[in-house]
Design a protein around this ligand. Structure first.
Ligand code: PGA
Length: 259
């Protein structure tokens, strides 16, 4: 079964109401005939309800950049006394399909660990939200030859005890930390090597059929100039796009490169 490409825009902490509106208004007509890929935008929480309205009836799906849950009294928390947090159930209620989890910026600045991501993954499934689980090594880890081990540990940790039928709908984003927002992209060969390794691990954990079905995105300075080459790799099934997702033309060019 051929995997359908999936291009998602991670807006990060960008998107005042007026900016979000302009970007979505520009994007809708540009991508309306795109048939080569599934498309999603992941704006900041506050504009999610507005974006949900604006994209109604279009081919653009909606995601969040995080979701909070924890385990309390043997259950996954979807509401309660957790000041400042937003649960997967709330994202579902607001019209989201996806949630990005375990992004390296959350790991770096907000203490996200594989264990925390794992709880969030399971809570997303409980609420009907599909996770995009981010993994990737730092430059120091790559330079010291630890990429494979680091990524394996993250994949195992984030996906622990996930039932196989849930796994098939989970998306993994391989995002080498040294390539995020730096303009320095992994070469198609470097990315493909890690993607193939992740698929091999999924096979071991969930079986061959699931491993073949899971989409693995690449993220890290993907842009119109390098997208086609990256997306042509056999195990690269899409992109998680930061900077280039903030310009409708660039984001569209990446979607069009997903042939
Ligand atoms: P970038 O970000 O495309 O700006 O490198 C990607 C990401 O962090 O998801």
């Amino acid at each position: 079964m051929a995997r359908r490409k999936f291009i998602a825009g991670n807006w990060k902490e960008n998107g005042l109401y007026a900016e979000a509106r302009q970007l979505i208004e520009e994007l809708i007509p540009l991508v309306k005939d795109a048939t080569t890929a599934d498309i999603a935008v992941c704006p900041p929480y506050l504009v999610i309800p507005a974006v949900a309205e604006w994209i109604k009836g279009t081919n653009i799906q909606l995601g969040a950049q995080n979701a909070f849950s924890t385990e309390a009294k043997g259950a996954l928390v979807q509401k309660g006394a957790y000041t400042g947090e937003v649960s997967p159930a709330m994202l579902k209620d607001a019209g989201c399909t996806w949630a990005i989890l375990g992004h390296s910026e959350r790991r770096q600045y907000f203490g996200e660990t594989d264990e925390k991501v794992n709880v969030k993954v399971r809570a997303c499934y409980e609420a009907g939200i599909k996770p995009i689980v981010c993994v990737g090594e730092t430059l120091e880890e790559r330079d010291s030859g630890r990429t494979a081990g680091v990524v394996e540990k993250q994949v195992r940790g984030c996906l622990a005890s996930l039932p196989a039928d849930k796994m098939a709908e989970t998306v993994i984003a391989y995002e080498p930390v040294w390539a995020i927002g730096t303009g320095r992209t992994a070469t198609p060969e470097q990315a493909q090597e890690v993607h193939a390794q992740i698929r091999g691990l999924l096979k071991e954990l969930f079986g061959a059929e699931i491993a073949e079905a899971v989409r693995i995105q690449y993220g890290g300075s993907m842009k119109p100039e390098n997208a086609a080459e990256l997306l042509a790799q056999p195990d690269i099934d899409g992109g998680l796009i930061g900077g280039a997702a903030l310009k409708a033309k660039d984001f569209t060019a990446i979607i069009e490169a997903a042939k």
